[in-house]
Design a protein around this ligand. Structure first.
Ligand code: 7SA
Ligand code: CA
Length: 529
């Protein structure tokens, strides 16, 4: 008996180990998704059709356009209405001030929701539900049924100095629920499973993620489906953290990665959004999706605008808290659809404002090249605008947005040109992983007002365009050096160049043959004047 017991214990132990599959590094859907935000701020006011009817009707188109997931508006009924004298706006009913889990909402009836989701599933588009666990309408008696007062189910059920909340308050906080309360958490998990089992929820969006603990989201996802897709809306800039919080001194990217590491969910790339709003096109490289580390790129859900930041068709033009200027929208969609991260397209850009053709072409180019959320991207700072090479599994893409790039390296053929040449892209055979090489130019003596550069066949060396050669740094005994990261096993040719600092066209070439080099074959290569 003893031995059997021992075997049994061992087997149980083994099963337990295998059954408890390790949490995924991040629940980002696998990295091949293209998301559609399936609503805008005024969709709940759509007439004559209810919004869910529009979605059911559009389902085949949405699938053919290449979307794999759709972010639905909050399904829980929202009977609120508010008006703001200051801004002269009013609203309510959009789902973010919900009062019950009842799915009969201003977007349509429970059965219309099910019909829409079934039609979308039939078109190969998975439903992502928008959840608002931070708060609910605290003004309606109906909420007393599920969340009675005085039982520490609400933020302000606890007195000072601490409130019953594990995150920020929505506005005054009187509507905040106490997500750390097991009663509240259980009710939410029961409803999340209901969405999964009866409403085909294949993934979740966590609204106002600043309002509760990231760890809570991980608990909820383990309960909903440990491998399912989830994305958090953490819209909180460094200046909004308390001075004693490390994130007040960190970057937008750092705070987003920290939240993702604790929730194991992807995050809307507000770091990229902030650069799109406040930086030049060249600075869009500083989004989470452009991070050198694939573990950072793969958690990003990139977007140009959403129902808060952007305009919306209909009353007041929506909310437009932080809208990207119209002339920048096409190149912004080119960037998010041809670069790492999981791109999310805002409904009106696709179906109301005439960008659908461009977006369809960009989606098909992305898919043809096999670009994924974690794909490598290398930015070429020696050009104006944004020039980058993205390594897809099937093609290597070269993109030039608002750039002065004029010479294209051998091996690249034209892919997509649009928006009056502001968007240009080429594609080449897929390249293998990157390698780092040190380039040296020896025996070189630049004059006053001159410097030393390397110019050569690959894009990293300006495709033989002296104006886009890369600058080298002076070292000992007339040696100038620089480092380049590029795909390995590439045959390249290059030369040293002396160029005037004030006139890119005043150049002195290293004479003789080009230096030939196969990247990765050695860690450095040298030319000499
Ligand atoms: O300003 C934009 C950016 O400019 C840049 O230059 C700045 C950025 O930092 C800066 O660098 O971004 C800031 O502003 C954002 C927008 O406010 C902030 C961001 O943190 C901040 O950095 O984003 C916050 O607000 C968004 C709307 C949230 C973000 O998660 C949050 O971080 N988005 C989501 C959350 C909600 C709420 O669930 C939704 O809000 C969004 O659609 C969703 O995407 O009984 C309670 C109560 C009382 O406490 C109030 O006093 C009373 O007035 C109720 C009443 N409140 C009403 C509100 O006044 C009214 O506006 C409420 C019941 O209804 C409305 O609230 C709407 C909200 O306006 C709307 O955006 C809410 C509920 O219907 O639904 C939406
Ligand atoms: Ca809260």
């Amino acid at each position: 008996m003893k031995r059997t017991g021992w075997y049994c214990t061992t087997i149980v132990w083994l099963l337990a180990c295998t059954v408890h599959a390790a949490s995924p590094s991040v629940r980002n859907g696998g990295g091949e998704d293209i998301l559609l935000q399936g609503f805008h701020w005024n969709s709940s006011r759509n007439t004559p059709q209810k919004w869910y009817e529009v979605l059911a009707q559009m389902a085949p188109t949405i699938g053919q356009d290449g979307f794999t997931k759709i972010w639905l508006p909050p399904a829980w009924t929202d009977q609120s209405s508010w008006s703001d004298a200051a801004s002269g706006t009013s609203g309510g009913g959009e789902g973010y001030f919900w009062s019950d889990f009842d799915k009969n909402s201003r977007y349509g009836s429970d059965s219309q929701l099910k019909q829409a989701v079934a039609a979308l599933a039939g078109a190969g588009v998975q439903a992502i539900y928008d959840l608002v666990p931070n708060h609910m309408n605290d003004k309606l008696p109906s909420q007393q049924i599920r969340f009675p007062r005085g039982l520490k189910l609400w933020r302000d059920d606890c007195t000072t100095p601490i409130v019953c909340d594990e995150g920020d308050a929505f506005m005054s906080g009187s509507a905040d629920l106490n997500t750390s309360n097991s009663e509240v958490s259980q009710r939410f998990m029961q409803e999340f499973r209901n969405l999964r089992d009866n409403y085909s929820a294949k993934g979740l969006r966590f609204d106002f993620a600043r309002g509760y603990a990231a760890e809570r989201v991980d608990v909820w996802m383990k309960n909903f489906g440990d491998q399912a897709f989830c994305v958090g809306e953490l819209w909180k800039g460094p200046s909004e953290y308390p001075a004693n919080d490390w994130r007040s001194q960190a970057s937008w990217q750092d705070a987003l990665k920290d939240w993702s590491d604790r929730s194991h969910c992807s995050v809307f790339d507000f770091a990229l959004k902030e650069r799109m709003q406040n930086g030049s096109v060249a600075e869009w490289r500083h989004g989470l999706n452009g991070n050198p580390d694939p573990a950072w790129r793969q958690i990003a859900v990139t977007f140009v605008d959403n129902h808060d930041t952007g305009y919306s068709p209909g009353q007041y033009g929506g909310q437009h808290h932080w809208s990207l200027a119209d002339p920048q929208r096409n190149i912004a969609y080119a960037y998010i659809l041809l670069s790492p991260g999981t791109p999310a397209v805002y409904w009106p850009d696709m179906y109301d404002w005439g960008r659908g053709d461009l977006i369809r072409e960009l989606i098909s180019l992305r898919k043809g090249a096999g670009i994924r959320a974690d794909s490598p991207i290398s930015f070429q700072p020696n050009y104006s605008g944004l020039v980058a090479a993205i390594q897809g599994s099937r093609k290597r893409l070269l993109i030039a947005l608002d750039s002065d790039l004029s010479k294209v390296p051998d091996g690249f053929s034209p892919a997509l040109f649009a928006d009056g040449q502001r968007i240009r892209s080429w594609q080449a055979a897929p390249a293998s992983s990157d390698t780092t090489t040190i380039l040296h130019c020896d025996n070189v003596r630049p004059g006053l007002g001159q410097a030393v550069y390397a110019v050569g066949s690959p894009i990293e060396l300006g495709a033989w365009d002296p104006a886009h050669a890369i600058a080298l740094q002076p070292g000992a005994s007339n040696r100038w050096s620089g480092t380049v990261v590029w795909p390995t096993q590439q045959h390249i040719e290059w030369k040293c160049l002396i160029r005037s600092l004030s006139n890119v066209n005043e150049v002195y070439w290293q004479d003789g043959l080009n230096t030939q080099f196969t990247t990765g074959a050695a860690s450095e290569t040298a030319g000499s004047f």
